[in-house]
Design a protein around this ligand. Structure first.
Ligand SMILES: Nc1nc2c(ncn2[C@@H]2O[C@H](COP(=O)(O)OP(=O)(O)OP(=O)(O)OP(=O)(O)OC[C@H]3O[C@@H](n4cnc5c(=O)[nH]c(N)nc54)[C@H](O)[C@@H]3O)[C@@H](O)[C@H]2O)c(=O)[nH]1
Length: 149
């Protein structure tokens, strides 16, 4: 069976009302193990746990951001499929805005660093094309939403 993980693309809007894409930063965490790769907060689904609960739990454990700190964005859910050590893995990402952009991130032992990065820097840290595409899709989604208002 495929490994399954869930998480959030967490973003914050900068205080000054500069136009997109400059006012949006994405949260990426760098692992303290392995190749020290960067991903949004996410992790494995526990037995019997539903996907959104996993995404919220992992975001709290890995970044210290709880459900009440986040505004989940409607209509965005991305599924990534890749192999880890020869096993298929599926990762689901929801999109959520940090309600208070000044709120501090608190890392767990699983991560050694974090970055709030604008789209291009986030894509460069993310490295994998599927994750880069997901970040770009998030930006596109927010761009479209903003255009409606
Ligand atoms: N010591 C040690 N311990 C490890 C290691 N490994 C795990 N642990 C332990 O596991 C626990 C983590 O548990 P959770 O938090 O529940 O799980 P996840 O959040 O799911 O975290 P993972 O790191 O398992 O999984 P991925 O992020 O998926 O990285 C796996 C591989 O896939 C590549 N990769 C990453 N993202 C993408 C992408 O978007 N697209 C594509 N195409 N590829 C991508 C990436 O480059 C990498 O090579 C830790 O506490 C450790 O104890 C390790 O190497 N050494």
């Amino acid at each position: 069976m495929a490994l399954r993980a869930c998480g959030f693309i967490v973003f914050r809007r900068l205080a000054q009302s500069s136009p997109l894409p400059d006012n949006i930063e994405y949260l990426l965490l760098q692992t303290s193990y392995g190749k020290h790769h960067w991903t949004p907060p996410k992790g494995h689904v526990d037995p019997g746990e539903d996907d959104l609960t996993t995404a919220l739990r992992e975001t709290q454990e890995e970044a210290g951001l709880r459900e009440e700190h986040l505004q989940v964005v409607d209509g965005f859910l991305q599924e990534l499929c890749y192999e880890v050590r020869g096993r298929p893995k599926t990762v689901l990402y929801w999109l959520a805005e940090l309600r208070d952009p000044k709120m501090a991130v608190t890392l767990s032992k699983e991560h050694q660093d974090y970055r709030w990065a604008k789209l291009e820097e986030a894509c460069s840290l993310a490295q994998h094309k599927d994750l880069q595409d997901t970040l770009r899709a998030a930006q596109q989604h927010l761009d479209t939403e903003q255009g409606k208002h």
